[in-house]
Design a protein around this ligand. Structure first.
Ligand code: SAM
Ligand code: SF4
Length: 317
């Protein structure tokens, strides 16, 4: 569907759960999230209705995210059924990778074509610090498992955090030389309550260009990342700058939260509920959401934090 600003909205991200097996400092509070009542969350049936409604409006690409989607008990069934919906051409999933050793192959079989794995550091202690409870070796085992399974594309997401991983840009980027993966550096967004980091932790993607002068510009793929390649790189380097150079003019996505709210914009408080509706009712709400998608997300800075009213784990990054 084309929105008021002539953008073709063809991409839906579904957060299948707020819950997570990690507690990344920029994403969620230390004590996790209050488990919501079962009845307040979308059922699997409702998620599939939502995918059908979205596909009927022209959504072609679907990303399953969270929270951590792989802690969701029925994740394989959700993936399999979503991939089969008429009109859905590409099913992608974003994960912290911890559960991939036992699930990578089943996810591929369930129709997941592309995988994004989040990895902010290659240092064991720093990984334990940033995730509060995670072990680097589990995430790396997840990456290994994913590489063995034959996904069409694997991308590694690195959130740039000043004073934390800006000294590891070269090492992280080299993963794209060692493995056939794209490495994407993402600017830290000042979310609702990601209180561990203030403005001093913000590092713009320009820093990556300074750290890696050998980067060569490469063909762009129409996505939000500016793409480069290291000499000899099997994969690309992507720079995603939602804060320093927003890409709202090309934004083609809407989001569905695990409690059934369509968010036309990641950083706006506006939400359209689809829980409890049939496919036609969901379609109408989605149309409204797309029509009301704002032109841009407004200024984001340490002082002007996201107006989403939720943390990232409750929206789906
Ligand atoms: N648990 C999965 C994971 O970590 O990949 C999926 C959900 S997570 C919310 C999706 C992505 O959002 C991750 O790559 C994460 O690093 C990113 N993210 C979370 N909070 C962020 C923030 N404040 N700024 C930028 N990216 C953020
Ligand atoms: Fe969990 Fe992903 Fe958020 Fe980390 S970024 S706490 S892994 S949802």
């Amino acid at each position: 569907m084309i929105d008021r600003f002539e953008r073709n909205i063809n991409y839906l991200r579904i957060s299948v759960t707020d819950l997570c097996n990690l507690r990344c400092r920029y994403c969620m509070p230390a004590d996790g999230v209050c488990k919501k009542r079962h009845g307040d969350m979308l059922t699997e049936e409702e998620m599939i209705h939502a995918v059908r409604a979205a596909a009927s409006l022209g959504i072609r690409k679907l990303r399953i995210t969270g929270g951590e989607p792989l802690v969701k008990k029925n994740i394989l069934s959700i993936c399999e059924r979503s991939a089969e919906v008429d009109g859905i051409e590409e099913l992608c999933l974003t994960t912290n990778g911890i559960l991939l050793p036992k699930m990578a192959s089943a996810l591929r079989a369930a129709g997941v074509k592309r995988l994004n794995i989040s990895l902010d550091t290659l240092n064991e202690e720093k990984y334990a610090y940033i995730t509060r409870i995670g072990r680097l070796k589990d995430a790396l085992a997840g990456l290994d498992a994913a590489l063995c399974v034959g996904f069409e594309k694997i991308k590694i997401n690195v959130v740039l955090i000043g004073g934390f991983n800006d000294d590891e840009i070269t090492e992280l980027a080299k993963l794209s030389v060692k493995y056939p993966v794209d490495v994407r550096f993402i600017e830290l967004m000042p979310m609702y309550d990601s209180g561990d980091f203030d403005g001093s932790a913000f590092v713009s993607c320009e820093t990556v260009l300074h750290a890696l002068p050998q980067l060569e510009k490469t063909e762009q793929d129409g996505g939000v990342a500016k793409l480069y390649r290291l000499p000899g790189g099997k994969g690309k380097i992507g720079l995603i700058s939602p804060v320093s150079a927003h890409f709202c003019g090309e934004c083609n996505r809407i989001r569905l939260t695990a409690d059934g709210k369509i968010k036309p914009c990641l950083h706006s408080a506006e939400e359209f509920s689809v829980r409890g509706l049939d496919c036609e009712g969901m379609r109408r709400q989605m149309e409204q959401a797309i029509w009301n998608k704002p032109a841009w997300h407004g200024v984001l800075s340490a002082e002007e934090r996201s107006r989403a009213g939720r943390n990232m784990n409750q929206i789906g990054g």
